[in-house]
Each structure stands twice: as structure tokens, then as C-alpha cells.
Write a protein that binds this ligand. Structure first.
Ligand code: GDP
Ligand code: GDP
Length: 455
């Protein structure tokens, strides 16, 4: 039953060993209906070992444990693509782009019986740009007669097409052997599927808010660039930076340091970039301009962090440009515009003067601690019991829904499931969430609370 499945879900908190942390990631991409899911099932032997489903825009991306010839990898299925009439090319490419960014190698699946379509061509372009190793799977080659269809895919310019029947297993072994040849031993992506290693931070904010200034100031001379792939135009670069005696991984800093030339849909790409960085990060530092009012774009970025379920720290930059009057109005703005997130730690910094930069690390650490907090079930229920008896749910239509018990179903971010005897109103849910925060802190992390009704 659904409840049990949820409760039993192991979100992998305790498996941060080295092998897992560096296990290479393989993304399966391709148009809808080309046979991706069938291929995934073939590779994982229908064990359906879901490692983690990653929250974000690409909600349906699922990671599995895969192995072949004694080597382990994480297999990421991009699932179904949302197709809208206006922008299918963009959408297919967009989904693929995020998946490719987060992978060490790609299985690109094409339906050989259909041949390459315009969408396939669009994906080929971005695969080339990515510089990642690609194994081209010519799927639905169920027998000898299909081999000619497969050969036609040489035209894509991705090298040898591997004729495969995901349905019957034909040719999959050879294709996987080829995959292992190009797959690195250790992952070089700091993907959302990994555990362990330096904590991963995304530095976000709208243009000109001071991201690159801050990054430069923080990095100083210590800067180490990792993951730079030669010859690619769209290389996500992570930087390892020493702060407060620890090493931190600032993800996707290429987009921060280099102004990306964009003519069309700059906003869309900015938001996609933010999304990609968030997928990799555990915590986000959102830079805001202390000298100017909050903008819609600021709010959008903050919402993206919350929706992605990552830790959140707000850094008001350019503090050196504020005077007493501005600071007075800033406080009013914060009360008005950020009333929903009183839980996000705030630091007032200046990338120019270096003011209060030392406060950034403690704020990030607080957010990460909260993000990983697990409240023991006993303590949770003892607390909820008190709250609920002091403030029971209002009676509605002669009935009073009761909270039966609650459990924390996961961490990163904390996710709670409350079991109730009837429908719980949104206002009461918010009340419980507020009380949970008062009791257990959760400073710097979104929390999720879902209600299950037990008849
Ligand atoms: P996805 O949308 O890319 O994940 O595609 P699915 O795995 O759901 O497959 C789409 C359809 O193609 C299903 O009806 C599959 O049974 C079928 N299919 C997948 N692989 C093969 C294959 O190798 N040969 C044949 N004949 N059909 C296949
Ligand atoms: P990015 O687009 O977010 O990477 O922003 P930049 O780091 O390029 O900064 C945009 C402009 O703001 C530059 O002219 C910076 O010198 C300036 N700037 C950045 N941080 C500060 C700060 O703390 N104080 C002041 N006065 N200016 C800043």
C-alpha cells in the first residue's frame, strides 16, 4: 500500500561510502516511445531498484543502480518528456541537456524503425557540444532484417550505431560492453545522485548582483577548477574552495564567471542554468542586492530553490552601498516580500569590501544541518500530541479530523507524513508546519509535510 511504500523508502542517507560517491552516472536519453524504459528494465533486470528520484523541474528523472561485467554505475532514466505543441524541440533538448550535464556518459536511444527525426538531430547537436561519451543505441532491431535500419543511423555522426532489441535483449550485451569502454572509472560530475565528498553549494542570483565578485573574493588564490572539459563550449565548471577550514564545491561556476552570450530567451536559459546548478547542489546561496528593492527575478530564484528542496541562505550583497535610510526600507521590504521564508538565514555582506563574508560559512552549515535533520518518531509524536491537544483541528460539518500520528519519511530536505482521521485544512497544515519549525528549528531548509487520511 502506498503509505507503507513511502515509509519504507530508504533515501540512502547512510550510504555515503567512497564507491558510491564516485560511481559513474549514465544517462539514458531519447524521444518518447523509442524504448528507454524497456532498455532500463533490460539493464537492471527489472529489479526496479530506485535509488532516488530527484526533485526539480525534471521530476520524472529516476536513478537506478546498474551493473554490467562487474562494474557499478548509476543509470538515470529521463522518463517521459513533456511535449507541448509550441516548443517540442526546445523541450526535448532541454530535458536532455540537464540529464547530459549530470552524466559521465550517455546512452542515446533512437528508434531504428522510425529513423532519425528532427528532435533526434537537435539532441545530437547538444551531445556534440557536451563532449560527453555517447553510445548510440539503434533500438527495436528485433532481428537480422532490422540491421539495415540501424546502419542508416551512421548518418547522425555519433559513430557506430549499436543495433539493439531492448524488448528481446538482442545486442544489449555488446552495447553495454561498448559503454563500459568509454565510461570513466570514477565519476567527474557532482551529480544530484551522489553522496559524500565536499559539500556542494550553488551561488545564485540575477545578473549584476555580485556573484562573480563574491566568488572571486571567496576563492582568492586558493581556487581550484575542476571538471573542466577541453573543447566544449558549454562546460559546467565546479570549483573547490577552502572556507572556514573546509573544502566546498561551488557548482556550475562557468556560468558565473563567463557572461554567456544569449540572444534569445535569456530568461529561460538563466532559469534552466539555475535549475541545473540546483540539481547538483545541496545548498544554495542566493545573492540579493541590498541597495535596491527585491525584484520578481529574485523571488523566482528563491522559489526555485525551495521547490528543488535545497538548503537556502540569503546573502544581501553590496551592503557597503546602503545607508541608514536604505536599511530601514530594506527591513520593511523583507517583512513584506519574504514573509513566507522567515526560516532562511540572512547574511549582509559586501563582495567589494569583504564585509561579513566569514558569516557565510556558518549560515551554510546551519542550512545543511537542518536539511539533514532526522527527528526520531517518538519525539515527533510526543511533540505533536501536545500541540494537537492544545490546539485541536476546528470542527467542520460536525466532524473533527484527528491527527493520528506522524513520521519523518526522509531527509534532504526533511519530509514528514502526518496520518489523520479526516481531511486536514491548509491553514491547520501550515500551523503544524510552523510549530514543527518552532520546536525543531530547520533553519535554512524547506520542509515538506503531507497528510494521509486513514478512513
Ligand atoms: P520510452 O518512452 O522511450 O521509455 O519507451 P518504452 O520503453 O515505453 O517503449 C515504447 C514502446 O516500444 C513499448 O510498446 C515497447 O514495448 C516498445 N519497444 C521498446 N523496445 C522495443 C524493441 O526493442 N523492439 C520492439 N519491437 N518494441 C520495443
Ligand atoms: P554578477 O553578474 O552577479 O556576477 O555580478 P558581478 O560580480 O559581475 O558584479 C556586478 C557589479 O556589481 C560589478 O560592477 C561589481 O564590481 C559590483 N559589485 C559586486 N559586489 C559589490 C559589492 O559588494 N559592493 C559594491 N559597491 N559593488 C559590488
Amino acid at each position: 500500500d502506498e503509505d507503507l511504500a513511502l515509509l519504507g523508502r530508504d533515501d540512502g542517507d547512510d550510504v555515503a561510502d567512497d564507491e558510491e560517491a564516485t560511481r559513474p552516472v549514465v544517462a539514458i536519453i531519447g524521444r518518447p516511445n523509442v524504448g528507454k524504459s524497456t532498455l532500463v528494465n533490460r539493464i537492471i533486470g527489472r529489479r526496479e531498484a530506485v535509488v532516488e528520484d530527484v526533485p526539480g523541474v525534471t521530476r520524472d528523472r529516476v536513478a537506478y543502480d546498474g551493473d554490467w561485467s562487474g562494474r557499478n554505475f548509476t543509470l538515470v532514466d529521463t522518463g517521459g518528456w513533456e511535449i507541448d505543441a509550441t516548443g517540442i524541440h526546445l523541450r526535448v533538448a532541454e530535458q536532455a541537456e540537464v540529464a547530459v550535464d549530470l552524466a559521465d556518459a550517455v546512452l542515446f536511444v533512437v528508434d531504428a524503425t522510425v529513423g532519425a527525426t528532427d528532435d533526434d538531430e537537435a539532441v545530437v547537436k547538444l551531445l556534440r557540444r557536451s563532449g560527453k561519451p555517447v553510445i548510440l543505441i539503434a533500438n527495436k532491431v528485433d532481428d537480422q532484417r532490422g540491421e539495415a535500419d540501424a546502419a542508416a543511423l551512421w548518418n547522425l555522426g555519433l559513430g557506430q550505431p549499436w543495433p539493439v532489441s531492448a524488448l528481446h535483449g538482442r545486442g544489449t550485451g555488446d552495447a553495454l560492453d561498448a559503454l563500459l569502454e568509454v565510461l570513466p572509472e570514477k565519476s567527474s560530475v557532482s551529480g544530484a545522485y551522489q553522496r559524500g565528498g565536499p559539500r556542494r553549494v550553488a551561488l545564485l542570483g540575477r545578473p549584476n548582483v555580485g556573484k562573480s565578485s563574491l566568488l572571486n573574493k571567496l576563492a582568492g588564490e586558493e581556487r581550484v577548477v575542476v571538471d573542466e572539459m577541453a573543447g566544449t563550449t558549454r562546460d559546467p565548471v565546479d570549483e573547490l574552495i577552502e572556507l572556514g577550514g573546509k573544502t566546498w564545491r561551488f557548482v556550475d561556476t562557468a556560468g558565473i564567471r563567463r557572461r554567456v552570450h544569449q540572444t534569445r530567451g535569456a530568461d529561460f536559459y538563466a532559469s534552466l542554468r539555475t535549475q541545473t546548478a540546483l540539481e547538483k547542489a545541496e545548498v544554495a546561496v542566493v545573492l540579493l542586492d541590498a541597495a535596491n528593492p527585491l525584484t520578481e527575478q529574485d523571488v523566482r530564484i528563491i522559489s526555485q530553490v525551495i521547490e528543488a528542496g535545497r538548503g537556502l541562505v540569503l546573502a544581501y550583497n553590496k551592503w557597503d552601498l546602503t545607508d541608514e535610510e536604505r536599511r530601514y526600507y530594506l527591513e520593511r521590504e523583507i517583512e513584506r516580500d519574504l514573509v513566507q521564508i522567515p526560516w532562511a538565514p540572512r547574511v549582509n555582506v559586501s563582495a567589494r569590501t569583504g564585509r561579513h563574508l566569514e558569516k557565510l560559512v556558518p549560515a551554510i552549515e546551519t542550512a545543511l544541518d537542518s536539511w539533514e535533520t532526522r527527528v526520531p518518531t517518538g519525539r515527533l509524536n510526543a511533540f505533536l500530541g501536545e500541540v494537537v491537544s492544545a490546539h485541536p483541528h476546528p470542527v467542520r460539518g460536525g466532524k473533527q479530523p484527528r491527527i493520528l500520528f506522524a513520521t519523518q519519511a526522509g531527509t534532504r530536505p526533511p519530509r514528514f507524513v502526518v496520518f489523520a482521521s479526516g481531511f486536514i485544512e491548509a491553514g491547520y497544515r501550515r500551523f503544524i508546519e510552523r510549530r514543527l519549525r518552532e520546536e525543531f528549528g530547520f533553519e535554512g531548509t524547506p520542509i515538506e509535510l503531507s497528510v494521509r487520511v486513514r478512513e
